[in-house]
Design a protein. Structure first.
Length: 347
């Protein structure tokens, strides 16, 4: 197999990604990924693609080969096409709606087909230079070890934590570390730019943060992270839940579903306050293209509050975040973000 016509797709500190044409091979083109820095992310990316390929799950590009010493692996080239971000930033509301629903369905299929496959995944991942710790345990540890960063925000707005805050964080951390019936293979960084629409349907790219964790970790994209029309969020949630429920009995139980959504929404909202410094109180900066840090914080708090409404529990964390939201809204007036595809609808 000979490679020709290399095309540089990405050249960042962490990795270099190249597309190359194939002469005399089983596929017309391939993607070569060389991870220079953060080898754990590179190996997680490799393991995710190899694991899905072994199981015949067509959620992303097929894994073809790899060389650990060279920090290089080769994937099937899915070709060119729009990403979900392209659709959201376009002018076709119907295409953007359809793209998100298709993404929710694909994500549900990925999780449904990988429930209970932890041992199979670990065989693939640990055959490579092993991870120091499972990704879901890392997520749980980060939440607990950085509680002080949340308290720093409360102090900055002259608010106090409600009794039971720490205990609620421990409950959430335990769920992250042990998701029970919701344990599935997750993408881990389900952003609109990582969803590619191909002639065969949507496919996920870049599994650098992939691993076995709570399935709804990926669903946070539409539940919490992205500012989206409420009706579209509901449709995506229903589509994802129906798809996952075919293989997950817990997803069929309303109380369990409400609890799972609230738990993951709380974890992500707390994480955002742990990632961002209270200097945002004095200076707003861009968090994502077109969305400021202040807007992101307020959006997360509002979505978290909505998802907490049908769930029970969290007597310490829920009122703490409500107080924090109230104090921030007193300080900030932030215009809501609307994706270009939906601006005509809002108008």
């Amino acid at each position: 197999m000979l490679l020709s016509a290399p095309e540089l797709l990405k050249d960042e500190t962490r990795s270099v990604v190249v597309r190359a044409q194939v002469r005399g091979g089983p596929v017309p083109a391939v993607i070569l990924k060389h991870f220079r820095d953060e080898p754990v992310c590179g190996l997680d990316d490799w393991a995710g693609a190899e694991f899905l390929t072994q199981r015949g799950v067509e959620s992303g590009p097929r894994f073809l080969a790899g060389d650990v010493a060279a920090r290089l692996f080769v994937l099937e080239d899915l070709g060119r096409g729009p990403t979900l971000e392209t659709l959201l930033r376009g002018e076709d509301a119907r295409a953007a709606h359809g793209g998100l629903i298709a993404t929710a369905r694909l994500t549900g299929q990925l999780h449904a087909r990988t429930l209970g496959t932890q041992s199979a995944y670990e065989l693939v991942r640990q055959a490579l230079p092993p991870r120091p710790e499972r990704v879901r345990v890392e997520n749980a540890r980060f939440l607990l070890e950085n509680e002080g960063r949340l308290l720093r925000w409360l102090a900055a707005v002259e608010a106090e934590a409600a009794p039971g805050l720490h205990e609620d964080l421990e409950v959430i951390a335990r769920t992250l570390a042990d998701p029970g019936p919701f344990l599935a293979f997750t993408h881990g960084d389900l952003a609109p730019s990582n969803v590619l629409f191909t002639p065969a349907g949507p496919r996920l790219l870049d599994f650098e943060y992939a691993g076995m964790r709570h399935a709804l970790y990926d669903a946070l994209m539409w539940l919490v992270t992205l500012p989206l029309p409420d009706e579209l969020v509901s449709r995506a949630d229903i589509t994802y839940r129906i798809t996952l429920s075919a293989h997950c009995e817990a997803a069929q139980v309303d109380s369990a579903w409400a609890r799972a959504r609230a738990t993951l929404a709380l974890a992500r909202t707390v994480n955002l306050f742990q990632w961002l410094h209270p200097r945002v109180l004095e200076e707003d900066r861009e968090w994502a293209p077109g969305l400021s840090e202040r807007a992101a914080l307020l959006h997360h708090l509002a979505r978290c509050r909505a998802l907490l409404a049908p769930a029970e529990g969290f007597p310490g964390l829920a009122p703490t975040l409500e107080t924090l939201e109230s104090r921030l809204r007193e300080r900030w007036t932030v215009a809501p973000f609307t994706w270009p595809a939906f601006r005509q609808e809002d108008g």
